[in-house]
Design a protein around this ligand. Structure first.
Ligand code: CP
Length: 404
């Protein structure tokens, strides 16, 4: 098979493609964010919480490591990555999977003109799951079609996870972002009880509700090429009463893609676009209105030479967070960033890191729990996880909140 053999499948509507990647209501491969529905998101977030809780004790960690100790994972990351690669590796280690990696294709037989699809099929001979990041936007999806073809031929086939491709999709980043947002809006990770903190906040913010519904999400920076934004807005549009602000420099490469904008409007999202973090809406500064701010880096590595000159000459100051701007935000509004941040441009300077609203390091750590939950789902050991959890917390205090 050749990549071009899958072109007709790639051209189909996304819903039809998504059907190819699930089996009996369970994901078989993870390629794009719209494969996650609200119910699955809730289940994955609940599982991530269970894994996190179990990991706090030696006994729980030892038990978790038996869940998938009979499985092996290949991490095939031929594009740079710190967080996605390491958090997937950590997630595998939490669950007992053995990992191997190829990060530099010059060390594989691709230098001897082996095709990337042959490489993938070889990986599937030795490993039980392939987690990958490639510079080719559709390569992970083509690999999933290859695995489906092999399955139909009753040959060995393994799950494929897209760990971020080009400027296109980053579904597991969106998953960990939603997990972070869900946890943040439970208001239970600060000192004191959840009830008292939420109750206190409600005195000042009378419309505040628990959970990601009915919130204002603002996205700032490179919105045209930010695959994390593209994936996350798809998932946030599953929640009720959501408003989205998009704040980007005045360059078409950096602004929200028109197709995505139209899809969001069709999905009933209340959407506004701005050209500065200091913009106002109906006379009120947007910084004072938003419930969650998602910052992104200008992705210079994707610039053509013409874009380099044009984007290089833009004034980015209206899109950079400063302590003064943070001071205007609501006292609970989390600041997220998929990272890496740009240490030269400083869209988030390090002096904001100490602010309790700076959630980006916590967000990156959440990737480990969310990705471990995804592996539990893909390998269908959800009941085993819940059995472990029930065994560890025998008092049953959490048994009524199960969402398997
Ligand atoms: N957020 C993210 O994808 O980071 P890495 O590129 O370091 O994996």
């Amino acid at each position: 098979m050749d990549l071009s053999d899958y072109e007709w499948q790639l051209k189909r509507p996304v819903r039809m493609r998504a059907n190819d990647f699930e089996r009996e209501g369970r994901l078989k491969h993870v390629l794009f964010a719209s494969q996650f529905n609200r119910s699955l998101l809730d289940k994955l977030c609940a599982m991530a919480d269970k894994i996190r809780e179990l990991s706090k004790s030696k006994q729980g960690s030892d038990d978790l490591r038996h869940l998938l100790s009979h499985k092996r994972a290949m991490l095939y990351f031929t594009q740079p990555s710190t967080r996605t690669f390491l958090s997937f590796m950590a997630a595998c280690q939490i669950l007992g999977l053995t990992c191997n990696e190829v990060r530099d294709p010059s060390t594989s037989s691709e230098v001897k003109r082996e095709s990337p699809l042959d490489s993938i099929r070889m990986f599937s001979s030795y490993f039980d799951i392939i987690i990958m990041r490639s510079k080719l936007p559709d390569f992970a999806e083509c690999c999933a079609y290859l695995m489906n073809d092999l399955e139909r031929q009753e040959r060995r086939s393994v799950p494929i996870i897209n760990g971020g491709a080009g400027t296109d999709q980053h579904p597991t980043q969106a998953l960990l972002d939603v997990y972070t947002i869900q946890r943040t809006f439970q208001f239970d990770h600060h000192e004191g009880t959840r009830r008292s903190r939420f109750h206190d906040l409600r005195r000042k913010y009378t419309d505040l509700t628990l959970g990601p519904d009915r919130k204002v999400y603002a996205f700032c920076g490179d919105l045209g090429r930010g695959r994390t934004v593209r994936s996350l807005v798809e998932l946030l549009s599953l929640f009720e009463g959501v408003t989205m602000y998009f704040i980007a420099p005045n360059h078409e490469t950096l602004q929200l893609d028109v197709d995505l904008r139209n899809r969001l409007v069709d999905a009933g999202i209340n959407l506004h676009e701005f050209d500065s973090l200091d913009a106002t809406l109906d006379g009120v500064p947007i910084l004072e209105r938003l419930d969650c701010l998602y910052m992104t880096r200008i992705q210079r590595e994707h610039n053509s030479s013409q874009q380099e000159a044009e984007i290089g000459s833009l004034d980015l100051a209206p899109f950079l967070l400063t302590p003064e701007r943070v001071a205007r935000m609501k006292s609970y509004a989390p600041i997220l960033h998929p990272f890496p941040r740009d240490s030269v441009v400083q869209e988030i300077p390090t002096d904001i890191d100490q602010d309790p609203r700076a959630m980006y390091f916590r967000q990156a750590r959440n990737g480990m729990w969310a990705r471990a939950a995804l592996l539990v789902h893909l390998f269908n050991v959800v009941d085993d996880l819940y059995d472990l959890y029930d065994q560890a917390f025998k008092d049953g205090s959490d048994s009524n909140t199960r969402t398997r």
